[in-house]
Design a protein around this ligand. Structure first.
Ligand SMILES: Nc1nc2c(ncn2[C@@H]2O[C@H](COP(=O)(O)OP(=O)(O)OP(=O)(O)O)[C@@H](O)[C@H]2O)c(=O)[nH]1
Ligand SMILES: [Mg+2]
Length: 459
């Protein structure tokens, strides 16, 4: 990590300014080679963290490349903990590219994706969960998901994980002492203490895990799948929610053949709306694949909107759909209410029992607002308290928490059945390591590379 990296840190395109960033021990040197201020080569005398006005020049020809502001930030009080030089030039593709090329020519190496943040992590400025929060912040699509990432960057998960790991460490220390100085009284005491602490650890892990699904929703959007037999108005519903003609709507059953996914921000709730092919038995190969895909979406759905046609009595396909959604979180939509009704409301109510039934006429726009209100109510009700500061938004963290939970449960079983302490210790240590992978204290190089490859270049 002794080389100096450089990258364009702003998005490529037309803009007011663009930023080229350098980090590493040669950052200042390289900056000095290509920058010319009013008083000559000013960076050398520049005060730390002050903006300097001047030009980037090509040292070989003295030709001006761009008019810029440049700042030098001395490590270790920087993002990467290394010396950093930032060059603020005109936006647009050409200036940033030419300046980047010059920095490379004078000794910098093109940064890999996320390499600035990786250095921040490796130099101990951020732990891994905080580094991951940086990606999430950059990718956040709603205020809420941004806020949750910001909390994570501020260390909300790190603090919780550290607290749990400290308890585990105390347990390990306790066990080691008991093994080194065997004494029956001490040992009995040890089992009692270990039990209390193991339960505490398990509780804390459970608490974090209980926020994980909510975190996924905040990050990716509430996965909302529209399901129904052909021609009931599923695509019309997608269009109504999006308020644009996204999907093709015709009166021919079997119009939608593939999955259509769109994101919408419903008063701050991120939704991923999925329109699907109408469920029916068909000989048409393309449609058949579409129907299979529709059914596959069900398991991944956070919420299903099952659409029925009120102008017809229930068909075999409708019964199949009722069966699919009966144990799922679902809203029942009775559509085409503008037409003469053929369904038996009480009968349907009885079939879907605990589910909310909403009557709509999507074609004329009736009932959409009620559907939206219902979705919002479901989201904000009960367990979905999205103001909580620590929410596990990252699937990698969730996986580690699940592993940690399994290990502490095994450990607890061992404690309860007075297993030899060195066996118990293995589970406790595993749990400690699982949690360490969240903060990055115990983690392999390959996983690190994978995590940082999700970043954009220049961050
Ligand atoms: N009268 C009436 N017609 C509607 C209503 N909603 C949708 N339609 C019509 O029903 C037909 C089918 O609508 P779509 O939205 O394509 O239905 P779909 O469920 O996506 O159908 P597939 O893609 O074939 O599965 C179209 O002609 C719509 O205009 C409604 O509330 N009332
Ligand atoms: Mg359709």
């Amino acid at each position: 990590m002794t080389d100096t990296i450089a990258a364009i840190s702003t998005a490529m395109g037309e803009s007011g300014i663009g930023i080229v960033r350098l980090s590493g021990k040669d950052a200042l040197n390289i900056g000095n080679r290509i920058f010319k201020g009013n008083k000559g080569n000013i960076l050398e005398q520049a005060q730390n963290r002050k903006l300097n006005y001047g030009h980037i020049i090509n040292p070989k020809s003295d030709e001006i490349v761009d008019e810029v502001l440049i700042a030098f930030m001395k490590g270790p009080y920087t993002y990467t903990r290394e010396d950093i030089v930032e060059i603020y030039c005109h936006g647009g593709i050409i200036p940033v590219k030419r300046i980047l090329e010059l920095t490379l020519e004078y000794g910098a190496r093109l940064a890999e994706k996320g390499e600035f943040t990786k250095r921040a992590f490796l130099n101990g400025r951020l732990d891994l969960s905080q580094a991951e929060a940086v990606i999430d912040m950059i990718k956040a699509k709603t205020d809420k998901s941004f806020q949750v990432s910001l909390n994570q960057l501020e260390g909300s998960i790190s603090a919780k994980v550290k607290k749990i790991r400290d308890i585990l460490l105390e347990m390990i220390a306790h066990i080691e002492v008991s093994i080194d100085f065997p004494d029956e009284d001490v040992e009995n005491l040890t089992y009692g203490e270990l039990e209390i602490k193991a339960k505490q650890v398990k509780d804390e892990i459970d608490k974090l895990l209980s926020t994980a699904d909510r975190g996924k929703i905040l990050r990716d959007g509430l996965n909302t799948v529209i399901l129904g037999k052909p021609n009931v108005g599923k695509s019309s519903l997608l269009n109504a929610i999006l308020r644009e003609n996204r999907a093709i709507v015709t009166d021919i059953p079997g119009t939608t053949r593939d999955i259509i996914e769109e994101y919408v921000n419903m008063d701050g709730i991120p939704l991923k709306i999925v329109d699907t092919a109408g469920i029916r038995t068909t000989e048409n190969l393309v449609e058949k694949i579409g129907v299979d895909r529709a059914k596959n979406m069900v398991d991944k759905a956070d919420l299903i909107i099952a659409v029925f046609d009120a102008s017809e009595s229930l068909t075999e396909e409708d019964y199949e759909i009722i069966d699919i959604v009966k144990d799922k979180r679902a809203i029942i939509l009775l559509n085409k209410l503008d037409l003469p009704n053929e369904y038996d409301e009480d009968y349907l109510k009885n079939l879907v029992r605990n589910k909310e039934i909403i009557t709509t006429s999507i074609a004329t726009g009736v009932g959409i607002d009620r559907l939206e209100e219902t979705i919002k109510d479901m989201f904000y009700s009960g367990e979905l308290d999205i103001d909580s500061d620590t929410i596990v938004t990252n699937m990698r963290h969730k996986d580690q928490l699940i592993k940690a939970k399994k290990n502490i449960e095994d450990g607890l079983d061992g404690i309860m059945s007075n297993m030899p302490l060195d066996c118990v210790e293995v589970d406790i240590k595993n749990c400690w390591e699982n949690l360490g992978e969240i903060s990055g204290d115990t983690i392999g190089e390959d996983i690190l590379d994978k995590i940082f490859s999700e970043f954009c270049i220049g961050k």
